[in-house]
Ligand binder design. Structure first.
Ligand SMILES: Nc1ncnc2c1ncn2[C@@H]1O[C@H](COP(=O)(O)OP(=O)(O)O)[C@@H](O)[C@H]1O
Ligand SMILES: [Mg+2]
Length: 218
């Protein structure tokens, strides 16, 4: 049984997931709630090791099903080692990407059959499902522009393997996230992420307060 709350942020490159995950976690913590902020692929030692394989540029192309399996192997580690224990301890888990990213990137983006995702999700997740998924929606051109600016910053790392895949790939992902949000409206909220950071933060804060019946501080 889990008693915490599981919130995921999804969307394409440069949508603002990492920025907003940090701000949401800070605001929940400021409201006195116990928070775990984490990310995928990764979030636990075993999963971070797999992240290096998936996002590094050493391997240009994986078989799509194998790539899907690697994402779910990392996710399984992350769920078992970090997410479930935190939820069982009553924490609010804020996760930067989760299973929807694999559906969008590997199935919509790379053409892996949906049935593969369904099977792997069943095995890896044991029924775990986010309580709320915030799908940050931005035109791929605009998101990639933000990412390139980020990569150009002196302290920033260069673009990862997915960021360098072409625009058509990112357009399929964008359509995929919209389809996911439309298919599960009770779990997912599609938010316009093209505005300022503050405007997106305000929309997220309002959505979280409404979904979990929190006071204004949350
Ligand atoms: N609403 C926004 N408007 C302008 N720039 C943004 C906004 N949100 C994030 N950024 C910037 O865009 C870049 C990508 O944001 P990030 O949060 O890393 O996106 P993601 O994790 O979705 O790829 C970062 O440099 C970030 O500071
Ligand atoms: Mg990010």
């Amino acid at each position: 049984m889990t008693t915490g709350r599981f919130i995921t942020l999804e969307g394409g490159e440069g949508a603002g997931k990492s920025t907003q995950a940090r701000l949401l976690a800070e605001s929940l913590a400021a409201a006195g709630l116990p928070v775990l902020r984490t990310r995928e692929p990764g979030g636990s030692p075993g999963a971070e090791a797999i992240r290096g394989l998936l996002l590094g540029n050493a391997m240009a192309k994986w078989d799509g099903v194998a790539e899907c399996m690697l994402h779910f192997a990392a996710r399984r580690e992350h769920v078992v080692a970090a997410i479930r224990p935190a939820l069982e301890a009553g924490m609010w888990v804020v996760c930067d990407r989760f299973a929807d990213s694999t559906l969008a990137y590997q199935c919509f983006g790379q053409g892996v059959p949906r049935a593969v995702w369904d099977k792997l999700a069943e095995v890896a997740l044991d029924g775990l499902r986010p309580d709320l998924t915030l799908v940050l929606d931005i035109a791929p051109e605009a998101g990639l522009r933000r990412v390139l600016q980020r990569a150009g910053q002196p302290a920033g790392a260069g673009p990862d393997r997915y960021e360098t895949m072409g625009l058509a790939f990112h357009q399929r992902i964008h359509a995929g996230f919209r389809a996911i949000a439309a298919a599960e409206p009770e779990r997912c909220l599609l938010l316009d992420a093209s505005g300022s950071t503050a405007s997106v933060t305000a929309a997220i804060s309002q959505a979280v307060r409404a979904r979990f019946a929190l006071g204004a501080a949350g």
